[in-house]
Structures are given as C-alpha cells and as structure tokens.
Design a protein around this ligand. Structure first.
Ligand code: GTP
Ligand code: MG
Length: 149
C-alpha cells in the first residue's frame, strides 16, 4: 500500500498540535506505521529539504526545522501522498482552505506546522532518510470497514 512521510514541524510540537494532526490522519482511515519525536541536526534538515537549497528562504527554513523537536511519521493508505497533502493544505497558510491543517492552525509560510511528501517518489526517499531502521508492519482489524475488498 502507498506510504507517505509526514513531519510535525517545531511550531506544531510547541503549540500542542501533535494529537490534532495524528487524529485527522487516523480518522480519515490511514494507518500510522512509524512515529518518533526528535531533534534534528542542521545537516540532516538540509538533506531533507535539499531540493530547495538554492531558494532564498533555505537558510531560514533549516533554522526553523532545527529550532525544536519534530515528530516524524509514516502513514499508509490508498492515495495517502496526494490525500495527505489535501489534509495539510496549501504551502502558504493564508491560502490554505479552512478545514485543512494549515488553514485551521497557521498564518505564516515559515511557520506552517507540518510537512508532507509531495510525490510517491519523494515519500520513498524521505522514509528511507528518516526511518533507516525500518517501520512497523500491522493492519487494523477495521480494515474492511474502511477499504473495499
Ligand atoms: P513541505 O511539506 O514543508 O515540504 O511544504 P510544501 O511542499 O507545501 O512546500 P515546499 O516544499 O515548496 O517548501 C518547503 C517549506 O519551505 C514550506 O513548507 C515552507 O515552510 C517553506 N517555504 C516555501 N516557500 C517559502 C517562501 O516563499 N518563503 C518562506 N519564508 N518559506 C517558504
Ligand atoms: Mg515540499
């Protein structure tokens, strides 16, 4: 099944939004397959956002990500990459629809609470980077009440 990498950024952790974020993905019908809270090194944050290294906001972005612990997660389910991005909302929280995480809980683009992989390919890379130890294998007993056979 499809998997995505979701990270609650330092502002989301500091503001007590961990449960809220997890709850939204759980209630949708996705499965939590990996979870850890940790501080990351600058070089690790740079690697995670390496595609953006030429952007003028890159240094500020890295500073933001290392400013406190983050919650790294792997979520699994049908179309979870694209649907996860919908649950998260547009990059700029002032443009995110109400009902999305950024639309409901954020104002500034540099304090937008959460990260989600932008493609199946980036998800694969990000999961390998963040969870080299591997992730859990399990399936909810409610599976057939959420997914058609
Ligand atoms: P992520 O899920 O965090 O990857 O966000 P995204 O995929 O919606 O956007 P993108 O990958 O393009 O940018 C990564 C992060 O860099 C964003 O979530 C913002 O925190 C930050 N960022 C992107 N664009 C800007 C910008 O124009 N200005 C500033 N200050 N930050 C930006
Ligand atoms: Mg991105």
């Amino acid at each position: 099944a499809e998997q995505t990498f979701i990270m609650i950024k330092p502002d989301g952790v500091q503001r007590g939004l961990i449960g809220e974020v997890i709850s939204r993905f759980e209630k949708k019908g996705f499965y939590l397959k990996g979870l850890k809270l940790q501080n990351v090194e600058k070089s690790f944050a740079e690697q995670h956002y390496s595609d953006l290294s030429s952007k003028p906001f890159f240094a500020g972005l890295v500073e933001y990500i290392v400013s406190g612990p983050v919650v790294a997660m792997v979520w699994e389910g049908k179309s979870v990459v694209a649907t996860g991005r919908k649950i998260i909302g547009a990059t700029n929280p002032l443009a995110s629809e109400p009902g999305t995480i950024r639309g409901d809980f954020a104002v500034d683009i540099g304090r937008n609470v959460i990260h989600g992989s932008d493609s199946v390919e980036s998800a694969r890379k990000e999961i390998a980077l963040w969870f080299p130890e591997g992730i859990a294998e399990w399936r909810s007993s409610q599976h057939n009440w959420i997914y058609e056979a």
